[in-house]
Design a binder for this molecule. Structure first.
Ligand code: PLP
Ligand code: ZN
Length: 410
C-alpha cells in the first residue's frame, strides 16, 4: 500500500476496496470506484513553498496527490505543465473581467488525455501487464498509443470509424493495433470491453479505470499553481464521458482539503446542443438519458456518458453552471480563440470557450467574474473543421498585379 492512498471507494454502495493497480469497477455492485487519500499525510508532505521549489515540470510534479509509488521505470513522454495564458483581448471581446486559457492541446499527443494515458502506463507497469487496450472517440486512443509507445507497451485500440483522420494517423504512426469499428462510440466501447475481458489486457477505458481520472486531475493542480493558488470564480471545460470534469473537480477538492487553495471554483460544464445528456440531467433534475451523437465536436459526441455519476456529482457539488453550444458557436469560438489569443483548438477543445461566451450572453455568469477556460485538444487534429470555421485563403497566380488587386479585399 502507498501510505497516502487509503482505498478505492465505490461511489454507489460505499464499500471500500484495496487500491490494487488493476482494479476497475466495484466487485460487489459494479459501481464506479473513486481513489481516496489520506489528506493529512499529503498536507504534511507538501505546501505552497516546497511546491514552488520543485524542478519537475510535468504532471508528476504532484506525486503526493497521485495514486502511484513513483513514475515507473519505463521511458515516458513529457505530459502536463501545459501553457497558461491570461487572454486579455479575448476577455475584452467577450465583456468578461478576467479570462485565462489553459492550453492542454500542448501535450505530447496534443490533448488533455495524455494525462490519463501517462497514468495508465504507470499503473499497467505496476500491475505487471503486457498489453494495454482502450476504446475512444479519438484522443484517448492517440494518447494511449503515444505514451505506450514511449514506454514500450503494445496497444489494442478500438475507435468508431467516424474518428477524424488526424487522430487515426497518430495511432498508425505510434504503431497501435487499431480496430476501426463501423458503429457508434457506444458500440465501440462495448466491443472493447468484451475483448479486454477475453484477452486480459490492461484496461485504459477512463470511466472503468479509476486511476485515469487521477491523472486528469493534474490539470486542476497546475491551474491552481499557475494562478499562484488564487482560484478564479469559474473553470469552464467541455464534457463527453465526464471523466475530465470529474477529475478537474477532484483536483480542486484535493487542493482544498490539503490547504493549498482557500476556495473552490464553480465548474462550467459545456456540452454540444446535439449531444448533452449530462447537462440535460442537471437542467431538468431528472436522471440522465442517452442521446444521439449529433455534433461535429467528435471528442464530446458521447451519447451514453460512461462517467455520468461522478460528472453529475462534480457539477452539483461545485454549484456548477451548464451550458450547451451549437456547432456554429463551437466553430465561432475556434476562430475567436485563434484570432485573439493565438491558441488553436479542435472543436471539443474550444467548446469550453464557446460555453463561456454563451454563459455570459445568457446571464448565467456575471461579467465581473474571473474564469479559466481549458482548451482540451489541439486544432491540428481536425483540420477539416478548422477550415470550416475559418475558411480558405485567397489564391492567386505569382503576379504582382493580381496581388495588388486582392490586397484591396484583405
Ligand atoms: C475526451 C475529451 C473531452 C471530454 O472529456 P470526457 O472525460 O470524455 O468528458 C473534451 N475535449 C477533448 C479534446 C477530449 O479529447
Ligand atoms: Zn459498490
Amino acid at each position: 500500500m502507498m501510505e497516502h492512498v487509503r482505498c478505492a471507494k465505490c461511489i454507489s454502495c460505499g464499500r471500500e476496496w484495496e487500491a490494487k493497480p488493476d482494479i476497475t469497477t466495484c466487485p460487489d455492485c459494479g459501481g464506479l470506484l473513486d481513489i481516496q487519500y489520506d489528506y493529512d499525510t499529503i498536507a504534511r508532505a507538501v505546501n505552497r513553498e516546497t511546491m514552488a521549489r520543485r524542478p519537475e515540470r510535468s504532471m508528476w510534479r504532484y506525486l503526493e496527490y497521485l495514486p502511484v509509488r513513483g513514475m515507473g521505470s519505463r521511458p515516458r513522454l513529457r505530459v502536463g505543465w501545459s501553457p497558461f495564458y491570461e487572454a486579455e483581448r479575448l476577455a475584452k471581446v467577450l465583456g468578461l473581467r478576467k479570462l485565462y486559457i489553459k492550453d492542454d492541446g500542448i501535450n505530447p499527443t496534443a490533448s488533455l488525455k495524455d494525462r490519463a494515458s501517462a497514468m495508465a502506463v504507470v499503473k499497467a507497469e505496476e500491475a505487471g501487464a503486457e498489453i494495454i487496450a482502450c476504446s475512444s472517440t479519438g484522443n484517448a486512443a492517440s494518447s494511449l498509443a503515444g505514451n505506450a509507445a514511449a514506454a514500450g507497451f503494445p496497444t489494442y485500440i478500438f475507435v468508431p470509424s467516424r474518428a477524424p483522420k488526424g487522430k487515426v494517423s497518430q495511432l498508425m504512426i505510434f504503431g497501435a493495433h487499431v480496430i476501426s469499428v463501423q458503429g457508434s462510440y457506444e458500440e465501440t466501447f462495448r466491443l472493447s470491453q468484451e475483448a479486454i475481458e477475453r484477452y486480459g489486457w490492461y484496461n485504459r477505458n477512463a470511466a472503468i479505470n479509476p486511476y485515469l481520472m487521477e491523472g486528469k486531475k493534474t490539470v486542476a493542480l497546475e491551474i491552481a499553481e499557475q494562478l499562484d493558488w488564487q482560484m478564479t470564480d469559474y473553470v469552464a471545460l467541455s464534457v463527453g464521458d465526464g471523466c475530465t470534469i470529474a477529475g478537474v473537480w477532484k483536483g480542486f477538492c484535493d487542493l482544498y482539503a490539503t490547504g493549498m487553495i482557500d476556495r473552490l471554483p464553480r465548474l462550467i460544464s459545456v456540452q454540444a446542443e446535439g449531444c448533452c445528456p449530462l447537462n440535460r440531467a442537471i437542467a431538468t433534475g431528472e436522471p440522465w438519458q442517452p442521446m444521439e451523437e449529433n455534433t461535429l465536436a467528435d471528442s464530446i459526441a458521447v451519447g451514453v456518458p460512461r462517467n455520468a455519476d461522478k460528472a453529475l456529482r462534480a457539477i452539483r457539488d461545485s454549484h456548477g453552471v451548464v451550458v450547451n453550444v451549437s456547432d456554429e458557436e463551437i466553430l465561432a469560438a475556434a476562430r475567436l480563440l485563434g484570432r485573439t489569443a493565438g491558441v488553436f483548438g479542435e472543436p471539443a477543445g474550444v467548446a469550453g470557450t464557446a460555453g463561456v461566451k454563451k454563459a455570459l450572453e445568457l446571464g448565467l455568469i456575471p461579467p465581473d467574474a474571473s474564469v479559466v477556460s481549458i482548451v482540451t485538444g489541439n486544432g491540428l487534429k481536425d483540420t477539416p473543421n478548422a477550415i470550416r470555421a475559418a475558411g480558405e485563403p485567397v489564391t492567386i497566380r505569382p503576379d504582382l498585379d493580381e496581388l495588388l488587386a486582392v490586397m484591396e479585399r484583405l
